[in-house]
Design a protein around this ligand. Structure first.
Ligand code: SF4
Ligand code: SF4
Length: 383
């Protein structure tokens, strides 16, 4: 299609250096370069270049330079480069713009500025550089109170505690589905979680049979599309996560394009190879706290040892939502902040929708304390 959009990048080739080896032609996945046999030259089509710099790096004679085009995207106070670029892309393609990864806005992030000074948690304080210190964490519902028996003056815990998830370090891998990432990456996450004494999360894409062996360090997710959910899958995890939504795209579902659905991915997801897999924007069996409680019970029937996590995006009223989830019997609430990652989301949802995880923690904690339910649930955060 003829485009009147001015190219964002200019691809320049130094003819004195170019030896016409065609490496750039073969390396550019955007088909920007092509060889003209009549003139025995390489020519480039600026309009398709995205400035990935692959050809620049691969060219054996450093003949290529890719520059920003000064004529493209002339911005002013009302129209930023980003807005112009988004509008051009949408009008040229006629499609909703999709982006992966996380939010690239320069928002303030408290997590990167938190210092855990472990030496202050004991009295007298200890020197963390000399004394051994553990950061082991147990996750799960805690009892309202505990009873202690004394036998010959030795205290013994009488209250039976519910089984807890044990983390050697209080950091986990957030959910990434098989399909959004490859089996190699899923395997790497599973092995890393096992080595580090923590957990990885399958996301909503089911689980390859080869990874069942890492079940003690696996959180299996149940999302709106129910891809790959069956009794063996549920039983293979240490925790089951009900995904209501995610912070990168609150209120929206998911879409795995058919060309990504290989036979192996289809097998893990109980799906047909080559067919688009759509996750609805809501779970059609959860419209109330009672519905959530019922699903919670069903999952616990399938895997009685599993902790149940419920993942929700941080949105206004997250405190009330957290109280509802706690009342439905969940062990964990996973608060997903607006800068969490995703395999694919609408660009504008990714950039402009949702709230920071920090607000979610504060609001959920406050509401749960007021409701007297804080000790019944743990709060996780992603994003
Ligand atoms: S890779 Fe470099 S040398 Fe080879 S054809 Fe392209 S510009 Fe010329
Ligand atoms: S910079 Fe990337 S997109 Fe642009 S021509 Fe080179 S390989 Fe192609």
């Amino acid at each position: 299609m003829k485009t009147y959009v001015i190219p964002e990048y200019l691809v320049e080739r130094d003819p004195r250096r170019c030896i016409r080896c065609k490496v750039c032609v073969n390396q550019c996945t955007y088909e920007t370069h092509c060889y003209d046999p009549e003139s025995d030259t390489i020519v480039s089509k600026d309009s398709t270049c995205v400035n990935c710099q692959r050809c620049v790096t691969m060219c054996p004679t450093n003949a290529i330079t890719v520059k920003k085009n000064p004529n493209a995207n002339r911005e002013n106070a009302n129209w930023t480069v980003e807005a112009i670029r988004d509008l051009k892309k949408a009008s040229e393609s006629g499609a909703v713009q999709i982006t992966g990864m996380g939010n690239d806005k320069p928002a303030f992030n408290y997590w990167d500025r938190i210092l855990l000074n472990a030496s202050q948690v004991t009295n007298p304080s200890i020197d963390p550089l000399r004394e051994p210190m553990e950061i082991r964490t147990y996750l799960g519902s805690k009892p309202d109170h505990i009873e202690i028996d004394y036998k010959d003056g030795v205290p013994e815990l009488k209250t039976q505690l519910t089984p807890q998830l044990r983390l050697d370090t209080p950091i986990m891998f957030s959910a990434m589905s098989y399909g959004a990432i490859s089996l190699n990456v899923h395997t790497a996450l599973a092995r890393a979680a096992s080595e580090c004494g923590t957990y990885y999360n399958t996301g909503e894409g089911g689980l390859d049979q080869s990874l069942y062996q890492y079940g003690d360090h696996t959180i299996v997710q149940v999302a709106s599309g129910r891809f790959g959910v069956h009794p063996k899958y549920l039983d293979s995890g240490a925790a089951v996560e009900i995904k209501i939504g995610q912070g990168a795209k609150p209120g929206e579902g998911g879409h795995l394009p058919g060309k990504k659905v290989t036979p192996k991915i289809a097998a893990a997801r109980n799906a047909t190879p080559g067919v688009d897999l759509i996750s609805p924007s809501n779970n059609h069996d959860i419209y109330s706290i009672e519905d959530l409680a019922q699903l919670n019970e069903e999952l616990k029937t399938c895997n009685p040892h599993a902790k149940i996590s419920v993942k929700v995006p941080v949105v206004p009223n997250i405190g009330t939502i957290a109280v509802g989830i706690a009342k439905a019997g969940a062990d964990i609430i996973n608060l997903s902040g607006y800068d969490g990652g995703t395999g694919a989301a609408r660009t504008h949802a990714l950039k402009f929708v949702g709230l920071p995880a920090e607000i979610g923690v504060k609001e959920a904690h406050r509401a749960l304390c007021e409701a007297g339910l804080r000790h019944h649930v743990e709060l996780w955060v992603d994003g």
